[in-house]
Design a binder for this molecule. Sequence first.
Ligand code: AMP
Ligand code: ZN
Length: 458
Amino acid sequence: MPPIFLHNTLGNKKEEFIPIKQGEVSMYNCGPTVYDFAHIGNFRTFILSDILRRVFEYNGYKVDGVMNITDVDDKTIKRSVVEGISLKSLTHKYEELFFSDLEALNIIKPQKTPKATESIADMISLIEKMLENGTAYKSSDGVYFDIAKSPGYGTLAHLNLENSTKERVANDEYDKTNPRDFSLWKFYTKDDENVCYEAPFGKGRPGWHIECSAMSMKNLAETIDIHTGGIDLIFPHHTNEIAQSEAVTGKTFVHYWIHGGFITIDGKKMSKSLGNIFTLQTLKGKKIDPIAYRYFVLGTHYRSMLNFTWEAVGGAQVAWKKIKSFVSKTYDQQESRLVSKSIIYKLSEYKEKFSKHINNDLDTSQSLAVVFEILKDSKLPDHYKQELILDFDKVLGLKLDEKEEEKIIPENIKILIKERDTARNGKNFAKSDEIRKEIELQGFEVKDGPEGTVITPR
Ligand code: AMP
Ligand code: ZN
C-alpha cells in the first residue's frame, strides 16, 4: 500500500499513517448534536471525514467508521423544553434531516451511527471505574473528572495548565482559556424535565465528553486509529475524551487526531451562537447544488480556514458543472482501441500524481488541479480522460457521472415513481393518482410519458 501522510494534532506535525491492524482503519467521527439543522460549517467537517474514509478505501484499506449522534446533552434538553416536545421526537426529527443532508452532499454514511441514549449503561460503567480508581469524584451537583489526576492533561491542545483553576465546571462547553475539572455526570435537576437515568452514583444524565469515549470504545476499541472533528473540539471536548478514556483503560485512546478548519463568514467562525449560519436549504434556495458546495470545500486544504461567500460558491458551481458536463457524456471508445505506449504511460502518471496529492494530508485542491490538467490534455482521447476522472471521483465524491435528470430526483421520489408506474400498469388509477399527489406535494410536476411517469422539479 502506498504511504498516506496525515497531520496529527497530537504532536502537531504531518506523519505517515501506520494502522493498528494491517490494511484496516478504525475511525471515529464526532457527529452532530441533533437539536437543529446542521449548518454548512458543520458539513465542512463531515466532508473531511468522508474524504478521509474514501482516501483509505481508494488505497485498499478496510475502514470501520463510527459517527455518533449526540441526542442528549445541555443543548438538546434545553431545545426540547422550549419547543414543548419530547427529547426523543426533537432529536429524531433532526437526525433524519441530518442524514438526508449527508446524502445530498454525497457523504457516505459511516458503518455505525450510534445514538448517545443507547449507550448510557456504558457511560455509567466508565464513570464507576473512574470513581473506583480515584480520577473522578462526586460533588453536590454531579460527578467530575479530576484533571490533576491525569498525567499529560491537555497535551493535545498544548494547554498551559498554569491557567487552570482548582474549580469545577458543569457546562460542557466552557471557557477555552481556563482548564478545569469537568462534568462526567450531572445529577437530576428540574430543568432536565423527565430526562434522567438511574446510576449507582445518583440519578442524572451524562456530560457530553463521556458520551464519545463510551461510544468509541463500545463500537470500535479501547485504542483506535483515527478520531476527527473541527478544531473547536480540540479543547475541551477531545482533551477531555483522552483524559477520561485513558484514566479508565491505561492505554492510548487514539493514535491520530485529525481536525478541520472552520467555515467563516467575514472572517468569523460560522456558528449558531453568532447567528451567521447557512444551511443546505439556504443554498438550495439560492440554486446552489449541495455538491457544488462540496466542490467549494475541496478547493481549499482542510486545515485552512475557508471564508464562505456567495460569489465563491457560485464560481465553484460553474467549475464543477464544467467537469461534470464533460465526464457525464458518452464517448466513442472505438476511436482509441489501439492503446499506445504513451497513453499507458500518461494514464499511470496522472493516477500516480493524483494519489500522491490525495495521500499527502488529503490535498484535495492539488488533486482537483490534476483533474483540470487531464481535461486540457489534447493528446489523451476523451474516453480515457473520462475513465481517469471517474476513478478519481471515488475519492472526490462529486457525482461526476450523474446525468442532469438523475441529479434532481431524490431517492424517495424515485421509489414513488416506480410505485406509480406499477399502479398504472395494473390499472389501479386511484392509487396512481394518490401517488401523483404525493409527488406533487414534494415539489415535482408529474406527466405521463410513453415509458411511464416523467417528473420535473417545479
Ligand atoms: P456540533 O453539532 O456543534 O457538535 O458540531 C459538529 C461538527 O461541526 C464538529 O466537528 C465541529 O467542530 C464542526 N464545526 C462547527 N462549526 C464549524 C465551522 N464553522 N466550520 C467547520 N466545522 C465546524
Ligand atoms: Zn465527540
